[in-house]
Design a protein around this ligand. Structure first.
Ligand SMILES: [Fe+2]
Ligand SMILES: [Fe+2]
Length: 482
């Protein structure tokens, strides 16, 4: 019997989807498994495959107690297939099929569109593992090292989640796509990952924390909108992924928060009042606030590109087809079909940035991006509170959406972080003030030294307020192989 809450660990692939009675899918997954392990060993965390890591593993989808913590060698992590429990009588919450019973099988007319949505989501999961594979070597503490590995194994599980959907519901072409997901590589010239931000390097820990704050948060928004899907298995798998995703954003937000705190405290202790006195601040072995702002500008703008064009017929089609909804769709009070409504979109009109009302259907990406921006802003507000508490005079700000864009309405113009349009030469004169320069990168790199004594932290980051799983400050989160 299948048990939708507890996970069956008797099979090679832990699951709560009754794989034992689903021979064909079980066989497809078992055939895919060695390639996955091979990918993990070659593209996963470099140099730590033998380390014992204090990881959480999902053992249930019960929100009250879904994970257990234990020491695990990463290649032996139990990557499972876990779907949130099926909601009795769930109705499609938006689009043309609004109010119809949710689909348990792929609707034939939308097969290609649905497969593409699943593949794009699936491709981001292994990409971030590849991007982060060198970070263990410069981890500022065992606590942080454990966190990056936790994020990595869960991104691996998210790949499994998407591969299950492909193999179970899309037959042969699904199996081919699942294979391709193991072939593409982040940053590879011939076979890159599908989306831009997932081909960028993650060279240091500040980048990693920015990535988990900004880029994983795009992931959260995408999962939130797929969790609304009329295709019920996708909705259920995304709902459970969101449970894990919350930790990734916690790692990002607190990682940057701890960095800011350390910088401000060091400035105070040294009697430095002016945050723009970069050299003096850097001499303290901490990262100056203006450089953190530049990193923020970079990662926010790269992540905005992930939402696609502001005005998009693809997004309209996916919404209309009841495949991909809006953030918190069921809490929005409107007709959930958007046939006659509009949504304000920032556009370039005659060389000026203007707010224009567009049909709400084609502005779906824009709306999701606005929700994302609001979510990011709340994180910035919390960082600014840290600065205030220590008593330093500085504020982090999100750059304007026209700043440093490669996709959408503003891809062909240059704009300052405050949204002022610039010509090419003034952009070039200023860009090192707004985006990390090579110098900034070198400086950050110079601070990246591995710290492995339990309870110790690198100079540039404050310890966390509480440990993972309530462990004490000097807990050995990673036992490195001898
Ligand atoms: Fe993920
Ligand atoms: Fe994530």
């Amino acid at each position: 019997m299948s048990d939708i809450v507890n996970v069956d660990y008797s099979t090679q692939i832990p699951n709560n989807v009754n794989l034992t009675d689903d021979r064909q899918v079980l066989r497809a997954l078992e055939r895919w498994h060695p390639g996955y392990i091979d990918w993990w060993k070659t593209m996963g965390p470099e140099g730590f495959q033998e380390a014992l890591v204090y990881l959480r593993t999902a053992v249930s989808v019960d929100p009250k107690g879904w994970a257990k913590f234990d020491y695990v060698k990463m290649p032996q992590y139990r990557w499972g297939i876990l779907l949130a429990p099926q909601e009795e009588g769930r109705k499609i919450p938006f689009g043309q099929h609004y109010g119809e019973p949710a689909w348990q099988e792929v609707p034939g007319e939308y097969r290609a569109m649905l497969r593409r949505l699943v593949v794009i989501q699936g491709d981001t999961e292994p990409a971030s593992v590849e991007q982060q594979r060198h970070l263990g070597k410069t981890a500022p503490s065992l606590y942080d090292m454990r966190n990056v590995f936790q994020v990595n194994v869960e991104e691996g599980r998210h790949l499994w989640a998407m591969v299950y959907i492909l193999q179970k519901y899309f037959g042969r072409d699904g199996r081919e796509e699942a294979e391709q997901l193991l072939q593409r590589r982040s940053g590879d010239l011939d076979k890159p990952r599908m989306l831009g931000a997932f081909n960028e390097a993650t060279p240091d820990w500040l980048s990693f924390h920015m990535f988990t704050f900004f880029t994983d948060r795009d992931g959260k928004m995408q999962l939130e909108s797929l969790a609304q899907s009329g295709f019920d298995p996708l909705s259920r798998t995304c709902r459970f992924m969101l449970t894990e995703e919350a930790h990734h954003m916690f790692v990002g937000e607190t990682g940057i928060g701890r960095t800011i705190q350390r910088t401000c405290e060091a400035m105070k202790a040294a009697g430095i009042e002016d945050p723009s006195g970069i050299t003096k601040v850097r001499d303290l072995g901490v990262i100056d606030l203006p450089t953190i702002q530049k990193k923020l500008n970079l990662h926010y703008s790269l992540s905005l590109d992930l939402f696609g064009s502001e005005v998009s017929t693809n997004a309209a089609n996916a919404f209309n087809a009841s495949l991909k909804g809006r953030f918190q769709e069921t809490k929005i009070e409107d007709d959930h079909k958007l046939e006659n409504s509009t949504y304000p979109v920032l556009k370039l009109v005659d060389g000026e940035i203007k707010r224009v009302d567009e049909p709400a259907l084609t502005a779906i990406n824009m709306r999701l991006r606005d929700d994302y921006t609001a979510d990011c802003q709340r994180g910035l507000d919390r960082w600014n509170k840290i600065i205030d508490r220590v008593g330093v005079n500085f504020r982090f700000q999100l750059p304007h959406v026209a700043f440093h864009r490669q996709i959408g309405e503003f891809k062909d113009v240059k704009a300052s972080p405050s949204g002022e349009l610039l010509d090419g030469s003034s952009w070039n004169n200023h860009k090192d003030k707004w985006l990390p320069s090579k110098d900034d990168g070198d400086f950050i790199q110079s601070l990246m030294r591995q710290v492995v004594e339990p309870g110790n932290f690198a100079s540039w980051i404050a310890p966390p307020r509480v440990g993972i799983d309530n462990k004490p400050g000097d807990f050995e989160y990673v036992k490195l192989a001898a």
